[in-house]
Design a protein around this ligand. Structure first.
Ligand code: ASP
Length: 584
């Protein structure tokens, strides 16, 4: 009963008032069926939404009465305007309906494990197990469609900017992003392994040495980390590298991209993006990806702590940092709310917070005995706290103080409703440290990766004060979420050797790990740099979702499992034997 070719057939969800009078063929899934005053109504759903189809007369009416949810049908009918009182403004197709003349059942569905609706109340586990049904829900399908539109716009932008998309290998060597590799045993060379790329870092640099000049790739990356709620073992980056480029070129390129793609969802990024150095971001927000949609910045309490009568704070100021934040209106917090503050910082290794306030009953603080009223007043004054405010303070090792206050700041802002969801804050964080000391292994690690260039003015400190060397590295941040980062790379073999030395990588190890790159660099490596942007996260933010799993067609759980296919799974003994792997 085909009346139209597939390419002429409209989507059910795309029919509008302008289609009234059109004879159409529609295919899709039965969303639901209703019997209203002797007329049979079926909501017919496809990728774009759904439309109401009427079956007013027998024998069609009877055939429609036998349909159940998720049956696959074909309908031929005529689009007509709905009577005025039946128009549904909440529905994209709400001004019209389709009067059916023909109906064909293409496939019958069993009763699905959950109702395919946006208001689904099935657990995420059930949704992931039946991902096909989950994706059939209009909001999930809309996420996939949005992802395609954004990815297309990204490709178009880079194409216009004279970038070339190059595919780099998936079966490769270990790459230097600092996470654990996924390994793939080689059958042809038993005992050896490929690594899945943590990023195409080395290949995109090699392409610059080759002379490509401007590289982009929508690249799948793999990192075998313990997964946090918003991470996936495989994820997608918009991976970019270009030659003869400086920081300002990268900022302009990425800002241009964001001005192209964010307006697609009604978000207008600023021009230009504000910038903060890493050091300033840490001092003011305690974190290198600050959410700047609200204030409540950290305040410095080192000086007042040093001179105060509370031994614990004096010591903390001498050996670490004492900082705090002023909670607007927090003076009225209940005892329970105050106790909760300490619970919030405990996961970050802080024993608890100190608080200071002045209420109708006078000055208050758990440290009142030691500090006296004047001492409390000194802290409130140093923090610039107003009469209704609460000062929350924390002393200890810098790492703990920053991390705990940063988390507290965001959580309090959320609870106090200080975050305006309609507002968005983009920024660049610049001048990251080149190296980070690790107390457990007693050595420095590259904050970004070992090919990141130090700032020329800091190169002299590489041997004497490595911790003070700043990198030509940058991150782009939106609403407290890191969207991506990159750096200008080292192209001078002498400087690369010095950075390897600072990282405790000797010549032999450097040759073993990155020999092919260093070799290529001998024959004319251009100055180059790049950036990688997390596509999943960007699309999550654009779709207004809280989980990247909602914008990935077939995601894994936080335990790294695909509930749909049951991966990872065991394999045949014969497969292992071929790989010369003994089952344990
Ligand atoms: N390869 C880096 C990353 O994946 C980004 C870059 O330096 O371009 O984080």
């Amino acid at each position: 009963m085909r009346e139209m070719t597939t390419w002429e057939r409209p989507f059910c969800g795309a029919l509008r008032a302008a289609d009234a009078g059109r004879r159409v063929e529609l295919v899709g899934w039965v969303r639901r069926r209703r019997d209203l005053g002797g007329i049979m109504f079926v909501d017919l759903r496809d990728r774009e939404g759904w439309v109401q189809v009427l079956f007013p007369e027998e024998p069609l009416k009877g055939a429609a009465a036998a349909l159940s949810a998720e049956d696959v049908i074909r309908v031929v009918g005529t689009v007509r305007p709905r009577p005025a009182e039946m128009v549904n403004r909440d529905m994209a197709t709400g001004e019209i309906e389709v009067v059916a003349e023909r109906l064909e059942l293409l496939n019958q569905a069993e009763t699905p494990p959950f109702v395919v609706e946006d208001s689904v109340n099935a657990s995420e586990e059930l949704r992931l197990r039946h991902r096909t049904l989950d994706l059939r829900r209009p909001e999930m399908m809309a996420n996939l469609v949005l992802r395609d539109r954004i990815t297309f716009a990204v490709r178009q932008y880079f194409h216009e900017m004279a970038f070339v998309e190059v595919e780099t290998p998936i079966l490769t060597r270990s790459t230097p992003e600092g996470a654990r590799d996924f390994l793939v045993p080689s059958r042809l060379s038993p005992g050896t392994f490929y690594a899945l790329p943590q990023s195409p870092q080395l290949f995109k640099q090699l392409l610059q040495v080759a002379g490509l000049g401007r590289y982009v790739q929508i690249a799948r990356c793999f990192r075998d980390e313990d997964l946090r709620a918003d991470r996936q073992p495989e994820f997608t980056q918009v991976d970019v590298e270009a030659s003869f480029i400086e920081e300002e070129d990268v900022y302009a390129l990425v800002e241009g991209l964001f001005h192209r793609i964010f307006p697609l969802v009604g978000i207008e990024p600023p021009r230009p993006f504000p910038r903060l150095s890493y050091a300033e971001a840490m001092e003011r927000f305690g974190v290198d990806r600050p959410d700047m949609r609200f204030g409540m910045e950290l305040v410095e309490l080192g000086d007042v702590a040093r001179g105060c009568a509370f031994e614990v704070l004096v010591k903390a100021a001498a050996t670490g940092r004492v900082k705090g934040l002023v909670v607007p209106g927090g003076a009225a917090f209940s005892r329970k709310q105050l106790d909760e503050l300490s619970d919030l910082v405990k996961p970050y290794g802080a024993p608890g917070v100190l608080w200071f306030r002045r209420t109708a009953e006078g000055f208050g603080s758990p440290a009142r005995k030691a500090l006296g009223d004047a001492g409390i007043e000194a802290f409130l004054a140093a923090a610039g706290a107003g009469p209704d405010d609460l000062l929350v303070a924390l002393g200890g090792p810098a790492k703990v103080v920053f991390a705990a206050l940063a988390a507290l700041r965001v959580e309090l802002a959320r609870r106090l409703g200080l975050i305006d969801k309609a507002k968005h804050a983009f920024l660049w964080v610049t001048d990251f440290p080149l190296l980070e000391w690790d107390d457990d292994t007693k050595r420095y690690y590259a904050c970004h990766h070992p090919f990141t260039s130090p700032k020329p003015e800091d190169v002299a400190l590489l041997e004497s004060e490595p911790a003070r060397v700043r990198a030509r590295a940058y991150d782009v941040v939106m609403d407290g979420i890191e969207l991506g980062g990159g750096s200008i790379r080292i192209h001078d073999p002498g400087l690369q050797r010095r950075v390897f030395a600072a990282l405790g990588i000797d010549e032999a190890e450097a040759r073993h790990k990155f020999g092919f790159l260093l070799e290529a660099f001998r024959y004319g490596a251009p100055p180059h740099g790049g950036v990688a942007l997390g596509l999943d996260r960007m699309i999550m933010l654009m779709a207004g979702r809280d989980s990247i799993r909602d914008v990935i067609a077939f995601p894994k759980t936080t335990a790294g499992n695909c509930l749909l296919t049951d991966a990872p799974n065991t394999v045949d003994a014969a497969q292992l034997a071929e790989l010369k792997i003994r089952p344990s």
